[in-house]
Write a protein of this length. Structure first.
Length: 277
C-alpha cells in the first residue's frame, strides 16, 4: 500500500489554506497544519485533517509526522509552504530577525523534509513540493534576507532532487510571482522604523512592496492564492512532474528580465522604483 496522504504547512491563510482546500476537494487525504489549530478549524469542514505544527520547533515537527505515519503509514506528499518575508536593508535588520527568517523559510523546510523521507523511501514513492518564489531567482532591494532564504530553498531543492530520485521521490519547486495574499502586509510590517541611514530607503521599500501587490500591475500580471494551489495540484498529480512551476505572468516576466539583463542594467531597472540609501 502506498500512502498518498498530503501534509501541507502554513495553512492558516493564503496559499497554504487554498492548497489544502483544493487538494481535499480533489480527493486527497490532506493534513492541514498551522502553529495554532484554531486558525485552521474551518478547514475541517472542507475535509481536511488538522495538525498543530510549528516549523521552528523540532518536537512539533516530529510529533506531526509521527501522527500522519501512524494513521497512513507514511507522508506521501509534503508541501513545504510555511514562510514569510523579512524586509529592510541588510545592515538594518537585526541578526536575530535574520535567524528567524531562515529558521522558518529554510531550516524548518529542510528538517520536515528529513523527517518524511524515510517513510517515502520505505514505500518507494513520495513527492516533496517546496514553495519558493520568483524571489528565489532574482532579488529586489530591501528584501535581502527573504531573497537569501528563497535562493537557499532553490539550491537545496536542486541537490535534493538528484539525491532522492532513485528512491522514487520527486522534488518540485513552485515559483509564485505577485500573489494577492497577506504577504505584502507582513513584509511591510516587518520593517522596523529606525533613525538610521536607511530610514528613507526602508520606507520606500515598504511603499513599493505595498504598491506592487495592491496596484493594477498585480491585478493584470499577478494572481490569487488559488492560482498557486492549482499549480501545486498539478505538481502532486502528474505522473512525471516538472522540476519547477512558475506561477503568474509576473513571475515569467521578471525572471526573464533578470536572466537577460547584466547586473548593472538590473540595478538601473530596480533603481527606478527603489531610491539608493
Amino acid at each position: 500500500m502506498i500512502s498518498r496522504a498530503v501534509l501541507v504547512t502554513g495553512c492558516s491563510s493564503g496559499i497554504g489554506r487554498a492548497t489544502a482546500e483544493r487538494l481535499a476537494r480533489g480527493g486527497w487525504t490532506v493534513y492541514a497544519s498551522a502553529r495554532r489549530i484554531d486558525a485552521i478549524a474551518s478547514l475541517q469542514e472542507a475535509g481536511c485533517r488538522l495538525l498543530q505544527l510549528d516549523v521552528t520547533d523540532d518536537n512539533s515537527m516530529c510529533e506531526a509526522v509521527e501522527e500522519v505515519e501512524r494513521a497512513e503509514g507514511a507522508v506521501g506528499v509534503l508541501v513545504n509552504n510555511a514562510g514569510y518575508s523579512q524586509s529592510g536593508a541588510v545592515e538594518s535588520v537585526p541578526l536575530d530577525e535574520a535567524h528567524r527568517q531562515f529558521e522558518t523559510n529554510v531550516f524548518g523546510l529542510v528538517r520536515l523534509t528529513q523527517l518524511v523521507l524515510p517513510g517515502m523511501r520505505r514505500q518507494g514513492w513520495g513527492r516533496v513540493v517546496n514553495v519558493s518564489s520568483m524571489g528565489g531567482r532574482l532579488s529586489f532591494p530591501g528584501g535581502g534576507w527573504y531573497h537569501a532564504s528563497k535562493h537557499a530553498v532553490e539550491a537545496l531543492s536542486d541537490v535534493l532532487r538528484f539525491e532522492v530520485q532513485s528512491f522514487g521521490i520527486d522534488v518540485v519547486v513552485i515559483q509564485p510571482g505577485l500573489i494577492r495574499t497577506g504577504f505584502a502586509e507582513a513584509a511591510v510590517g516587518s520593517i522596523e522604523a529606525r533613525d538610521d541611514p536607511y530610514a528613507t530607503f526602508n520606507a520606500a521599500v515598504g511603499a513599493a512592496t505595498a504598491g506592487a501587490y495592491e496596484g493594477g500591475f498585480a491585478r493584470v500580471l499577478g494572481g490569487g492564492p488559488e492560482t498557486v494551489a492549482k499549480a501545486i495540484e498539478r505538481a502532486v498529480s502528474a505522473q512525471r512532474p516538472r522540476t519547477r512551476y512558475r506561477v503568474t505572468a509576473s513571475a515569467g516576466l521578471f525572471m526573464m528580465l533578470r536572466r537577460l539583463l547584466p547586473d548593472r542594467a538590473w540595478d538601473a531597472l530596480v533603481g527606478r522604483t527603489y531610491p539608493k540609501p
